[in-house]
Design a protein around this ligand. Structure first.
Ligand code: ATP
Ligand code: MG
Length: 394
């Protein structure tokens, strides 16, 4: 008998054509997230198993709970393929457990097994009643549910189910470039898109000396948090100072933010293309600020052709904060360091910007040259989650 962790990955099985890619990616992500923890990962008949060789089940489970593509985790007993041994070992396992009422729930993937699931449940129930004192069957609200799986090569017994992170394994859906500010929304956007299987790189616009090193370190910390879900993240840091100062000097005040964001999108698209990212991802939320009205989003979006995914577009701020707390980015996000969007804030930003005006105003600055320089000199920081070096397969 072996006590190990079993991984279930429900949603994957519906993606038949991609099953091979999904499974190899999931296995690799599981191995990467557990790299320093001395485990053995194996795969047999539709289930993945992790054996924590140092018996550090909780530590391993904590890491696995952040791996997308996993829908359920169980600590299981794997018992050899002999019905009599199953009965004996089940009694041994149950002697250590504190319960009064129980039920047995059996699933049979080995259709050649000589008994039906119902028969096995009944027989094992009788074994428990006979060998252990003062136990009762309760099929509705038992203290303990004894789950038994009859498989081709072994039996599995387990009691508790731990909910997995869900979604698809990171890397199976290609790569995206996350516009990561120090705020609350963009890390949440990054988490949500990771859940859909998207590998992330990130881009951060800084404006030294108007923005500080602390503001940049905050973004690095947020990227690090995200890397617990996404694997190592390549963070592109763009020095935005010249572009921002030029906008500030030459563009009418109410259009500052709109033009600035058009520049961010242009740079984002180029960095994304260069790094084989298929989408941009950001934390825009409809109506949250002047630059996020539908007219604003459309005026800003019109400078690029790459799709922009906005995972929090339809969430209320409080809903976004709930997720930020869940993924532990909120505390970092609310640290009071300035962002480049907040330093040159116009008194009355335009709510319904006119695209033709944007184009006219942009003629006042030599933005193509400025963008070229900013991209040429940009800094790359490899943010790792202290666990692994992530290699791309896509
Ligand atoms: P957040 O809370 O994520 O900062 P926000 O409500 O402050 O969002 P904006 O400042 O309008 O909204 O920014 C909208 C989105 O644009 C951000 O969620 C982020 O994806 C991107 N963004 C803003 N500033 C930066 C920056 N300095 N670097 C990278 N991306 C940025
Ligand atoms: Mg912001």
């Amino acid at each position: 008998m072996q006590k190990i962790i079993m991984i279930k990955y429900g949603e994957l099985t519906t993606k038949k054509d991609n099953k091979g890619l999904f499974l190899t990616t999931l296995k690799r992500n599981v191995e990467n997230s557990l790299k320093n923890l001395n485990v053995e990962v194996s795969y047999d008949s539709g289930r993945m198993f992790v054996n924590p060789l140092n018996d550090n089940y909780d530590e391993v489970l904590n890491k696995l709970e952040k791996v997308f593509g996993i829908h359920e985790l169980n600590i299981v007993y794997k018992i050899e393929n002999d019905y009599e041994i199953l009965k004996k070992e089940l009694v041994d396992i149950l002697k250590e457990k504190d319960f009064k009422t129980f039920k047995v729930s059996t699933k049979r993937s080995n259709k050649n097994f000589e008994k039906t699931s119902m028969e096995v449940s009944k027989e094992l129930g009788a074994v428990v009643l006979k060998n252990l004192d003062k136990k009762e069957v309760d099929v509705h609200t038992p203290d303990l549910t004894i789950n038994v799986e009859i498989r081709m090569d072994n039996f599995i017994v387990y009691f508790n189910k731990i909910e997995g992170a869900g979604g698809y394994p990171v890397g199976t859906l290609g790569k995206g470039l996350l516009m990561l500010s120090g705020g609350i929304d963009s890390p949440v956007a990054g988490y949500l898109v990771s859940k859909r299987g998207v590998r992330l790189e990130a881009i951060y616009f800084e404006s030294p000396p108007h923005t500080s090193l602390e503001a940049k370190n905050k973004v690095i910390s947020l990227a690090k948090k995200l890397s617990e879900y996404n694997g190592n993240i390549k963070l592109h840091v763009i020095n935005f100072t010249n572009i921002q100062e030029s906008i500030y000097k030459n563009i009418p005040n109410d259009y500052l933010i709109t033009i600035m964001r058009r520049m961010m999108y242009r740079i984002g698209e180029q960095i994304a293309n260069y790094n084989k990212c298929k989408i941009l991802v950001n934390g825009e939320s409809i109506g949250q600020v002047a630059s996020q009205t539908l007219t604003s989003i459309s005026a800003i979006n019109s400078v690029i052709t790459m799709p922009v995914i906005r995972p929090v577009a339809c969430f209320d701020k409080l809903e976004i904060i709930d997720i930020a707390n869940k993924i532990d980015t909120y505390k970092t996000s609310i640290l009071p360091f300035e962002d480049c969007c907040t330093i040159f804030v116009p008194t009355h930003p335009v709510i319904n910007p006119d695209i033709e005006k944007c184009v006219e105003y942009e003629k006042l600055i030599d933005y193509e040259e400025l963008i070229k320089d900013a991209i040429k000199e940009h800094e790359i920081i490899n943010v790792n989650n202290n666990v692994n070096e992530f290699e791309d397969i896509l």
